[in-house]
Design a protein around this ligand. Structure first.
Ligand code: PLP
Length: 361
């Protein structure tokens, strides 16, 4: 008798490791392991969420039209080309399910976001890892890796966990030079931290094979609500909608996201505060001999002398109630990813690093 077996690829998936959320026995813990907005969402989003409690007996909108239209107005995009998902994670998964299967290849970069590999294997396709150049996406290397079997290229710009990004010119060059049977996905989870950058929306509008993803989990402070969106050519978005569960987003999630995106004044304040504290923290770390690349997101990838020192610092952080993210699963064992917290959290990190270095150097 044949045995029950998962599809090929499924057992190759290493479970996604989320950032630690608690420390046993520690009080006054600060969580800097999941790139959340320390200031939380807009008050308008909280209010909309509260009000949605009166409609819990109703099914939510199946076409998300109110949220899509609002996103469209704020970012000057066509609502028809927008799809909403349970986090941008779900959009990434739809993309793999719709466009890649057994025998197909899906490209991601060396230190690219873990979900690309997971979604690729779940769809039965083969992940192809392309090297980066000093922790930065390498466009010529990606072009070299493209074959007849390549169906999707995933690029996070800025990337997590490196925080680095490539220019719009480089992205455009990539889009111009890939074969038209490949879908280029520009993951814009951290685009909102960059003022006056559209995340590649114009490229989407002028190509048949480019799609951008965005999220409410980072700058918008709604990681717990699970709302993300994609912007792509109509036929691609239609295909993703065909495999989307009709009620994938709950009423409270839709209401909170719709209110959050309208409060651009608050978003601007969060962006400025993050970017200011990010520079301050990077400088404080550098003064202790811990270098980092210029991060464009809400985190810093701190580089230590070696893995041993990174792990020792992580243990020291924990002893001080500070949770950061180890990134050895991203092939960066000598690094720790530290989310930019509020001012107090950044000061605690800087102080702890100073103490750590003073004790160890
Ligand atoms: C690069 C990148 N893409 C996508 C996501 C997924 O975010 P969400 O599913 O919360 O929208 C994350 C989350 O950390 C990320 O870092």
């Amino acid at each position: 008798m044949s045995q029950l077996q998962a599809k090929p690829g499924v057992e190759k998936i290493n479970l996604y490791e989320g950032g630690l959320a608690t420390l046993k026995g520690a009080s006054n813990v600060v969580k800097l392991s999941s790139n959340e907005n320390p200031l939380g969402p807009s008050q308008l989003a909280i209010e909309a969420f509260r009000n949605s409690a009166f409609n819990l007996h109703l099914y939510p909108s199946a076409d998300h039209s109110a949220l899509r239209i609002t996103i469209g107005k704020i970012f000057q995009l066509s609502a028809e080309n927008i799809i909403c998902g349970v986090g941008s994670d779900e959009i990434l998964s739809f993309i793999c399910q719709a466009y890649a299967g057994p025998g197909d290849e899906v490209i991601h970069t060396e230190h690219g976001f873990a979900l690309y590999r997971i979604c690729t294997l779940a769809a039965g396709a083969t992940p192809i890892e392309v090297t980066e150049k000093d922790r930065v996406t390498d466009v010529p290397a990606i072009l070299n890796a493209c074959t007849q079997r390549t169906k999707i290229i995933f690029i996070a710009n800025p990337n997590n966990p490196t925080g680095t990004m490539i220019s719009l010119e480089e992205i455009t060059f990539l889009a111009d030079n890939i074969p038209s049977h490949i879908l280029l996905v520009l993951d814009g989870a951290y685009v909102d931290y960059i003022e006056d950058y559209d995340g590649g929306a114009k490229l989407v509008e002028t190509r048949t094979n480019v799609l951008m993803t965005r999220t409410f989990s980072k700058l918008y402070g709604l990681g717990g609500m699970r709302v993300g969106w994609g912007y792509g050519p109509k036929n691609v978005v239609d295909n993703l909608n065909r495999i989307r569960g009709p009620f994938n987003l709950s009423g409270p999630a839709l209401a909170a996201a719709e209110a959050a995106v309208q409060d651009q004044h608050y978003i601007g304040k969060c962006r400025s505060e993050n970017n200011l504290l990010r520079s301050w923290l990077a400088k404080a770390l550098a003064e202790c001999g811990i270098v980092s690349d210029n991060s464009m997101g809400n985190f810093i990838l701190a580089r230590f002398r070696n893995q041993e020192e990174a792990e020792a610092c992580d243990e020291f952080f924990k002893s001080k109630g500070i949770i950061v993210r180890r990134v050895s699963s991203y092939k960066l064992p000598q690094c720790l990813r530290i989310s930019v917290g509020d001012r107090d959290a950044c000061e605690r990190v800087a102080h702890a690093v100073k103490q750590f270095k003073a004790g160890k150097a």
